[in-house]
Ligand binder design. Structure first.
Ligand SMILES: Nc1ncnc2c1ncn2[C@@H]1O[C@H](COP(=O)(O)OP(=O)(O)OP(=O)(O)O)[C@@H](O)[C@H]1O
Ligand SMILES: [Mg+2]
Length: 332
């Protein structure tokens, strides 16, 4: 097979290459590169989906238009926002599959809350992941056939398939949140090439910190196609210590893992498992349950505290995005 031929069963990347080029060109025209927030960690169960839903609801409540996209087969956003049984909203990943495999703009299935549009994850993402692995293999083959050690950014245009699907809807939203599966390298690369900044939740245990180092490596790869990508910050998740000394020590080691490249958010999310489990069961985020009759009085206090954590964190996230925006305006 000649080096430049795309096998007939792979998605043609010509339009993806054009979309990435358009985005690079538009960078000179002050496009807002702070709208797409990736929530990512190479480790599972560190709070990515809980944060994605809670922050999305908090920011949509301030009348900003928010799009929440789940790049995960688990479909946890549908659970957290309570639309698992709504077939109109919960399409099992069909909208995402159409956008990525047919090269169309990403279309939400509907609104889970006022101002909060969703593109759900689900089992159909398996087909996307399969395509992405084939694309990656093809990119490596192209490089080998040229006698190169590594694929060039042009070979790696496949990493921009999500970016190409998201770019046409960027201006429709104030914030687009991507909640990314921990175990899929190819989806993580897609999100990091599509994103403007990344929020990294981490627990304080050693294996979560290992997940952080994995993300740091993927950052470097993604930056080859997305030089604007920034780390917004690390969020300490499900922490059971309010002791300032312990927190400071954890923050210090997190910063070491990321080689000082990321600030750690002041607001952490406390460990209150029963409240978190109840919220997901009820399909509501903690802020929506802070004084709800739906929950046992014994849980109300911890739900309120958890809701407060998410609320303060969401404000801090909005401030960090505004600062990033100002920095970029200053540089332009
Ligand atoms: N504040 C909390 N305290 C303790 N446990 C929590 C808290 N919030 C959520 N959890 C629990 O942590 C688990 C992981 O949460 P979540 O699904 O948000 O993480 P994730 O990083 O998205 O996971 P995955 O990698 O599987 O996508 C869930 O089972 C949830 O019940
Ligand atoms: Mg998740």
């Amino acid at each position: 097979m000649p080096a430049q031929t795309v096998p007939f069963d792979l998605v043609d990347l010509a339009e993806v290459r054009r979309a990435l080029q358009r985005r690079d060109d538009a960078a000179d025209d002050h496009i807002d590169r702070t709208r797409i927030l990736v929530i990512i960690n190479g480790k599972g169960g560190v709070g990515k989906s809980s944060l994605a839903s809670a922050i999305a609801v908090a920011i949509a409540k301030t009348r900003r238009r928010v799009l929440l996209v789940e790049l995960d087969e688990q479909g946890n956003n549908a659970e957290d926002l309570g639309y698992t049984k709504d077939p109109a909203l919960n399409d099992d990943g069909a909208a995402q599959k159409t956008a990525i495999l047919d090269g169309k703009p990403l279309q939400p299935t509907g609104t889970a809350r006022p101002n909060l549009h969703v593109v759900p994850g689900g089992a159909l993402l398996e087909d996307i992941v399969e395509e992405l692995y084939c694309q990656r293999r093809h990119a490596r083959m192209r490089a080998t056939q040229r006698g190169a050690d590594l694929p060039t950014p042009d070979d790696n245009a496949w990493m921009g398939m999500y970016a190409a699907a998201i770019e046409p809807v960027r201006d429709d939203y104030d914030l687009i949140i991507l909640d990314v599966a921990p175990g899929s390298e190819v989806l993580q690369l897609q999100a990091l090439v599509a994103g403007d900044s990344a929020l990294i939740p981490s627990r304080s245990d050693p294996s979560s910190r290992k997940g952080l180092r994995t993300v740091a490596r993927r950052f470097a790869q993604a930056r080859e196609l997305n030089e604007f990508l920034r780390i917004l910050g690390v969020v300490l998740f499900a922490t059971n210590s309010s002791a300032t000394k312990v927190q400071a020590k954890i923050v210090e080691s997190l910063q070491k893992d990321l080689r000082g490249a990321a600030p750690v958010f002041e607001q952490s999310i406390r460990y209150v498992e029963a409240a978190a489990v109840k919220a997901r069961d009820l399909g509501k985020v903690p802020q929506e349950l802070r004084s709800s009759e739906e929950i046992d009085p014994a849980l109300r206090k911890s739900m309120k505290l958890l809701a407060g954590d998410y609320q303060s964190l969401s404000i801090e996230v909005m401030q960090a995005l505004a600062e990033l925006h100002n920095e970029q305006e200053g540089e332009a």
